[in-house]
Design a protein around this ligand. Structure first.
Ligand code: NOJ
Length: 517
């Protein structure tokens, strides 16, 4: 695994909404480039950029029309190369977003696949004859679309009807129109994907976040065939691009890391109980649940089984979920970030979460975002027009800027020593100074799930740290039940303290990091 992942802290950039350099109302590569110092000062040293290839934009770029050309609205391939070089010159890394499972309905490959005459792309997608039971469903296929092809058949789609599935085959072939996962047709799709990856790795990117990585092979209930597919891709990358890095949108680290991904996300859907942390009725809210048992059970089980061969990554949010600030106050978010930045795996900070940007309710959907629209609004930099995001007329913006009077911004939080931004900066730097907080340093919980405080230990051969949180409204204490003693308090928020080398006192809304000896 690439060494830089040991101390990587990622920043997710949604290119549409980060920084507009040419006043057309939408973010772009040059805008991102102009803000690399900001990302670096925040303490992040790696970037995941959401899809930036030519697209129909029926799903914010997750519907690619040309995998080899950047979307004109962000800039040219050459502009992207320059951005990547600038990222490296800042001592940082960048992962691109690879939409592996489907293309846009407007992709020329799909147009060719629709033709009646057999051609190179006929089997690049999953086509089903008109006959047979119409309402039969298949695992990992959302449905079938028809009406626009010459060939008398229906194409399978993944999410929206504008996203026809690429053909990686079926785990078990039960119908005449299906190909097996090891058929030459499915193999051709894998080779195509490898070619796309090579193209961008040759341009200089450091790897990929892979969209819907776990659902490529259909009817693959135990995901064994999808795992095998990725193992082949990983073997190819290990040989040709040994430093390249892969993180999956899989949501099952046990499978994803076996498949060859270096990292997998805890996701807002699936079995991880991620939502119990920061959203809905979350542990990190003073009014939320006091029960983290299910999260801890899931996390511990996955951690123990994967710790030697990959990382589980916890994001502050992403472009698909309501922002953390919708359920947590700015003060509560300080604890949430302290958790994110002291846990194993690489932390991911979704742009704007570091200043507590709001989820904007009631926006009209943009480019297939629907309820996700409110989490994708322009970054708030300063007090200028459009919060410094763009010099375009406000009516020209891709999405409106938060207009509330107390909207947070980078400039004002930089001027306030108590701000969330300053706090996040402090924590990223703290993580960087303590190798026991590296992504692969050891970890264990020191309490059972229910109640407060939340306490865990991080250690390596150099140091041993204890981290304790009390997000509740009442003060709590913690008694260390071990031969070790509590030493120097390294970070104390809201007067959390250590007494008699064995006791921790945590006022309401506080946390503490200290050494163990
Ligand atoms: C997951 C992406 O994060 C999401 O934004 C997208 O809509 C779906 N995959 C489909 O590609």
């Amino acid at each position: 695994m690439s060494k830089w992942l040991d101390h990587a802290i990622f920043y997710e950039v949604y290119p549409q909404s980060f920084m507009d350099s040419n006043a057309d109302g939408i973010g772009d590569f040059k805008g991102i480039q102009s803000k690399l110092s900001y990302i670096k000062e925040l303490g992040c040293n790696a970037i995941w950029m959401n899809p930036c290839f030519d697209s129909s934009f029926y799903d914010g770029g997750y519907d690619v029309r040309d995998y080899y050309t950047t979307a004109a609205r962000y800039g040219t391939n050459e502009d992207l190369r320059e951005l990547i070089e600038a990222v490296h010159a800042h001592g940082m890394h960048i992962l691109l977003d690879l939409v592996a499972g489907h293309t846009s309905i407007e992709h020329p490959w799909f147009a060719a696949s629709c033709k009646d005459a057999k051609n190179e792309y006929s089997d690049r997608y999953i086509w089903r004859n008109f006959g047979g039971p119409r309402n039969q469903s298949y695992e990992n296929i959302a449905g079938f679309i028809s009406g626009f092809s010459e060939r008398p058949a229906m194409a399978a789609y993944n999410c929206f009807t504008s996203q026809p599935c690429l053909n990686y085959g079926f785990a078990k072939v039960t119908e005449p129109w299906q190909f097996s996962a090891d058929s030459k047709e499915a193999e051709a799709t894998r080779l195509m994907l490898q070619d796309i990856m090579s193209f961008w790795l040759d341009l200089g990117c450091d790897g990929f976040r892979v969209d819907m990585a776990g659902s490529l092979v259909k009817e693959d209930y135990d995901h064994k065939c999808t795992i095998r597919l990725w193992q082949k891709i990983r073997a190819f990358l290990d040989e040709r691009y040994p430093d390249s890095v892969l993180i999956s949108e899989w949501g099952n680290p046990l499978e994803a890391l076996e498949a060859g991904f270096h990292m997998d996300f805890l996701l807002h859907f699936g079995p991880s109980h991620y939502m119990d942390l920061f959203r809905e009725n979350p542990y990190f809210s003073a009014n939320g649940t006091d029960d983290l048992t299910e999260f801890m059970e899931y996390y511990t089980n996955c951690y123990e089984k994967t710790k030697d061969h990959g990382l589980m990554c916890i994001p502050s949010g992403n472009h698909d979920m309501v922002r953390m600030r919708d359920t947590l106050s700015l003060e509560e978010m300080k604890l949430a970030f302290a958790f994110l930045l002291t846990m194993p795996g690489c932390p991911f900070i979704y742009y704007g979460d570091e200043i507590g940007m709001q989820y904007m309710h009631g926006l009209v959907s943009k480019e297939g975002a629907y309820e996700r629209t409110g989490s994708r609004t322009p970054m708030q930099w300063d007090h200028r027009v459009n919060a410094g995001f763009s010099a375009a007329a406000p009516s020209k913006l891709y999405l409106p800027v938060d207009r509330s009077e107390d909207r947070p911004c980078v400039l004002c939080q930089n001027e306030d020593d108590n701000s969330l931004l300053k706090h996040v900066q402090l924590l990223t730097h703290f993580r960087g100074e303590h190798s026991a907080l590296n992504s692969n340093a050891s970890f264990r919980f020191l309490m059972d799930g229910k109640g407060y405080p939340l306490v865990y230990e991080r250690w390596n051969e150099e140091e041993d740290l204890l981290v304790a949180f009390n997000p509740s409204k009442e003060a709590v204490q913690f008694q260390l039940d071990s031969e070790k003693i509590l030493e120097n308090v390294l970070l104390s928020h809201m007067d959390a303290s250590v007494e008699n080398e064995k006791e921790i006192h945590l006022p309401a809304g506080s946390y503490l990091v200290c050494q163990l000896h």
